[in-house]
Design a protein around this ligand. Structure first.
Ligand SMILES: Cc1cc2nc3c(=O)[nH]c(=O)nc-3n(C[C@H](O)[C@H](O)[C@H](O)COP(=O)(O)OP(=O)(O)OC[C@H]3O[C@@H](n4cnc5c(N)ncnc54)[C@H](O)[C@@H]3O)c2cc1C
Length: 384
């Protein structure tokens, strides 16, 4: 088959691949970019959410067109504490991401329904035998080998429900942890999309990655019933088993998906260790990569490796907190750590989710009367 040629080939059309493609197309219209996705649409089946404060003002242009819904403020609910916070909260849907990709990028750039069989830093071979020669390749095909990291898991199912009557929610409930604590830290998350439409996600932190979807569906209907919501239909659903990282070896993780390949997104380890959320990092990295002059495979690999390594070092503090969450408190008492965190100043909370905690924030999160026994906290930190 004929070889295609381009300047930059992006492998994987999920969140980070699409953001990189949009940023490159916007900032480097001189480049011929291709994005290769196995699915028929870009972005899979997700709702991605983020706080306004996760995104620097200078990168806002990249994310703005993708926003499907925004709310002023959000609630958190704990057994002994309730709070409404001011931060603006936004959601992006896969459908919207796919639509923006098709609107913004020229059709020849978009290769959907194309499974990649193998790739090097300058060549991509598809399962159908076709090849793409590129000056540079960026691999964004999801996680590398998670065995190289020390992980717990954040597991969830979300369902978009149509209700018989209005739910009455004014804003999202980003954490309702006043629910029964099972397995590990558990909370329910609600996004009110319309008067009778609500997205409910049942999430829990766990030491194992197995997912019982039937049990989660039952818990979601019980939660809706408990709030007096009469469910007419389940419009869509999504599930996730995301790594939450307590330690590991960055270089081994990087090498596990090809040491010489440029990478982005989860494949580059660019996600928050405690929440596993990758959107803030994906936006920052897309804007950064689009500012590079040299887009050869070698240069992109070096730049992305250095960027991800710096980010891994910065995230050490969040890995430590994740370790404490998993090992310093009994599973049914883990909510106390988050409950205390949410009593802290809102600016600190914003910086925490953006992965941008200051030194003072770091001390403040750990200072005061500890929500867990000191001896257990120290044992957790020493645990390898
Ligand atoms: C259901 C769900 C909800 C989430 N919600 C949030 C959220 O609200 N906020 C947040 O920040 N994070 C969220 N996350 C976590 C994280 O941000 C996402 O997982 C994010 O999609 C990761 O982006 P990525 O580009 O690294 O990988 P992905 O988005 O998974 O993209 C990888 C892409 O590569 C493609 N691919 C893989 N192999 C091949 C191949 N051989 N050939 C061609 N294509 C291939 C896949 O089809 C996929 O489209 C969520 C995760 C899930 C699963």
């Amino acid at each position: 088959m004929d070889a295609q040629q381009c300047d930059v080939a992006i492998l994987g059309g999920g969140l980070s691949g699409c953001l990189a493609a949009l940023a490159l197309y916007h900032k480097r219209s001189d480049l011929d970019v291709r994005i290769v996705e196995a699915g028929l649409k870009f972005g899979g089946n997700h709702i991605w959410s983020f706080f306004d404060s996760d995104i620097a003002d200078e990168n806002r242009w990249l994310i703005e067109p993708l926003i499907h819904h925004s709310w002023d403020g959000y609630d958190v609910i704990f057994p002994e504490y309730l709070r409404t916070l001011d931060a603006r909260y936004n959601s992006i849907t896969s459908q919207r991401l796919d639509a923006v990709m098709r609107k913004r990028l020229p059709q020849p750039a978009l290769l959907t329904g194309c499974t990649i069989a193998s790739a090097t830093s300058s060549q991509v071979t598809l399962e159908n035998g076709e090849t793409i020669a590129a000056k540079g390749v960026i691999d964004t095909r999801g996680n590398g080998n998670l065995d190289t990291l020390d992980c717990g898991w954040q597991k969830f199912m979300g369902q978009q429900l149509r209700l018989a009557k209005p739910h009455g929610l004014k804003r999202p409930v980003v954490m309702d942890a006043a629910v029964e604590q099972v397995d590990g830290y558990r909370f329910v998350y609600c996004l009110p999309f319309g008067p009778n439409d609500v997205f409910i996600e049942d999430t829990y932190y766990s030491e194992t990655p197995d997912l019982d979807t039937q049990m989660l569906a039952t818990r979601i209907s019980a939660y809706a019933a408990g709030r007096g919501w009469d469910v007419v239909s389940v419009e869509r659903s999504e599930t996730g088993v995301l790594p939450v990282v307590t330690g590991g070896n960055f270089e081994k993780y990087w090498a596990s998906s090809g040491p010489d390949m440029a990478k982005a997104g989860a494949r580059a380890g660019l996600f928050h260790p405690l929440t596993s959320y990758s959107l803030p990092d994906a936006v920052r990295f897309a804007a950064y990569i689009a500012d590079q002059d040299d887009v050869s495979g070698k240069a992109l690999a070096a730049v992305s490796h250095d960027y991800a390594k710096r980010q891994w070092k910065r995230a050490g503090y969040y890995r430590l907190l994740t370790k404490m969450l998993f090992h310093a408190a009994e599973p049914e008492r883990r909510y106390i750590i988050l409950q205390r965190f949410y009593t802290l100043p809102e600016k600190l909370i914003k910086r925490f989710y953006a992965g941008r905690s200051s030194m003072l924030d770091r001390l403040r999160v750990l200072a005061g009367k500890p929500p867990v026994r000191i001896s257990r906290a120290i044992a957790a930190l020493l645990k390898r």
